[in-house]
Design a protein. Structure first.
Length: 603
């Protein structure tokens, strides 16, 4: 129940008004017999300076039952029994009237005479007095209802404010003149504007270049329209606008702002566009693969560009995803694009996006490109060596300035992404041939990572084979226990030009074919048994000489990453060139190659 104490100021004003109008002392007491307000003379007459006045509770309870009590002989009245002033009350008369609200008594108005003059004023026209006091009581009830309404509105507004601030979207409301009346915290954060500055400004100052009022007055609504708020740093949002009607007339509208990067993050989580691979998922026990994994894990903590090189099928994208997952961008998007798989005429719009009307067939509203989709995360450029030269120039600008413009657009979009590129080609050779920009190569090749081919880490063949066997047992609902020694021997002697991808393909084939509990040699693909033995040419002999020099240097310095770096320095070639020579020399294209015997295999 509402307490009179909640409208203390109004109660005190009522006491003063009654006291001034009648010329007596007045007090208002609540239903718990607690004094809420009184005139000064009332307290002075009831207590001395050392006491705290407490109303006589039985008297107050009697008023709450009878609603009106007129006491002509204070101190000797029926309800004065037990009062500390019984028999010696300073009052000459007292009139008490209940304050009633919704059929409940919430308090009492007490009017006291302290001399004969005041007694006459109080009792002389009792009916008129009671009518006046009843009106004053109703005025207090009105104040209570007003306070309840205001408090209720504050509570509702507070609930609305809390609800709006808990929404992930920005909410802005404006009236029929376009003046902003409310903005939640998300809207202020997205627009980077203080609430005090936002409230009272015109909506056209926020949505620049569009007459929003004219738009909604024409009966239009806007739903998830892409919009870039101009500024030092462009703010990329989806906006929706819906009018508010009052008796069929527009009284305002609601503008909803959704951070497009947050939306893409959610979509990426739901569609798997995240780098969900980890370094634990890269199978291998060889020294070579362990060294590469350690190097990649260390480089994941950096935000510099990475160029992953390795033959087809070595797992370049798996490494890229693992680097992304282990980095500070791991919760962001991992967006990949194969530069060789998309026609040249479409590659630019796929990477950079396009605006509405940029070309024939352009989607209404435009479309974000891979760079924008990767915002806050990692963009993986696979087969970077196949990117056309004219697009290499645009890519170089993005790498240098970390911003772009969509195809057909003029708005600069700033980027917060990491670039990981991959190739199975000799980019240095393409640079020399004029097929790849030298400056772009250096921009991409800040952190080079070389993934060794499977033939250089033959011990990993068995580990990988068992891993793929387990995987395809589950997928194909088979119950094959393992490989016969003969099958493992065949797989171990094969050069695996397709690397891990080819090995996985071979195991899947064998699991499909095999009907027993162990995979036999006969269940393996026939190509694994076909080993070429071509005649040695002059080029083969030159390569064999180089092989001898390389092997000698590696025997001196070691076959790990640091050993290869030192060996390359002694041989006067770059580390990437050393790796390419090792790859080329160990493809089994000439007799006598023993590189695979010196390098421990990859899992």
């Amino acid at each position: 129940m509402f307490k009179l104490g909640n409208i203390q100021d109004s109660v005190q004003q009522t006491v003063a008004a009654i006291a001034a109008a009648i010329g007596v002392e007045v007090a208002i007491i609540d239903s718990d017999s607690k004094l809420i307000a009184s005139s000064r003379g009332y307290i002075d007459a009831k207590v001395n300076n050392l006491e705290i006045y407490k109303p006589h509770k039985p008297f107050i309870e009697a008023v709450m039952k009878e609603k009106v009590i007129v006491c002509k002989s204070p101190g000797h009245f029926l309800y004065c029994k037990g009062c500390r002033l019984e028999g010696q009350c300073p009052e000459t008369a007292e009139v008490l009237c209940a304050i009633e609200m919704d059929e409940k008594i919430i308090g009492v108005i007490s009017m006291v005479a302290l001399d004969e003059e005041q007694r006459y004023r109080l009792l002389g026209k009792i009916d008129t007095l009671l009518e006046f006091i009843h009106e004053m009581a109703q005025m207090l009830v009105s104040k209570i209802r007003e306070k309840e309404f205001i408090d209720g509105m504050k509570q509702v507004n507070g609930l609305i404010e809390t609800t709006l601030d808990s929404i992930n979207d920005g909410i802005i409301t404006f009236d029929d003149k376009g003046i902003i009346t409310h903005a939640n915290g998300v809207a202020c954060r997205l627009l980077k504007i203080d609430n005090a500055r936002l409230i009272g400004s015109h909506i056209d100052e926020i949505i620049v270049g569009k007459s929003i009022l004219a738009f909604i007055r024409a009966g239009n609504t806007l739903l998830n329209q892409e919009y870039i708020f101009p500024g030092t740093v462009a703010i990329h949002c989806l906006i929706s606008i819906k009018a508010i009607y009052n008796e069929q007339a527009i009284s305002g509208a609601v503008l909803t702002l959704s951070d497009i990067h947050n939306i893409r993050t959610v979509v990426n989580e739901m569609t798997g566009m995240q780098g969900n691979a980890t370094f634990e998922a890269i199978i291998g026990e060889s020294e070579l693969i362990i060294d590469v994994k350690q190097q990649a894990l260390k480089m994941a903590q950096s935000d510099s560009n990475i160029l992953i090189q390795g033959e087809s099928g070595t797992g370049k994208e798996v490494f890229a995803r693992a680097i992304h997952s282990a980095s500070g961008r791991g919760k962001g998007s991992f967006v990949g694009i194969n530069c060789a798989a998309i026609p040249e005429m479409l590659l630019e719009s796929e990477l950079y996006g396009y605006e509405q009307g940029a070309f024939t067939g352009a989607r209404k509203g435009g479309k974000p490109g891979k760079f924008e989709l990767a915002e806050g995360g990692t963009l993986f450029l696979d087969e970077i060596g196949d990117m056309p030269l004219h697009l290499q120039v645009k890519l170089l600008r993005v790498l240098q300035e970390r911003c772009l413009e969509r195809v057909g657009g003029t708005t600069t979009i700033h980027l917060n992404i990491r670039i990981i590129a991959a190739t199975n080609q000799d980019l240095e050779a393409k640079v020399r041939a004029g097929e790849f920009r030298r400056d772009l190569f250096y921009r991409l090749n800040v952190i080079p990572i070389f993934i060794p081919p499977l033939r250089e880490r033959k011990q990993d063949v068995t580990v990988l084979s068992k891993y793929f066997l387990l995987h395809y047992n589950q997928k194909l609902k088979k119950d094959i226990i393992g490989f016969l020694p003969g099958a493992l021997e065949v797989m171990g002697s094969y050069s695996w030009p397709g690397n891990v991808r080819e090995l996985e393909n071979a195991v899947e084939y064998a699991v499909n074919i095999e009907t027993d509990r162990y995979i036999k040699p006969a269940s393996l693909p026939k190509r694994l048994f076909q080993q070429s033995n071509p005649k040695r040419t002059l080029r083969d002999k030159v390569r064999q000489f180089e092989l001898g020099q390389i092997r000698e240097a590696l025997n001196n310095y070691g076959w790990g990453i640091s050993g290869k770096t030192k060996a390359a320095l002694e041989l006067g070639i770059s580390v990437p060139s050393l790796y390419r020579k090792l790859m080329a020399m160990d493809k089994g294209s000439f007799p006598g190659s023993e590189i695979d015997k010196r390098v421990r295999p990859y899992k």
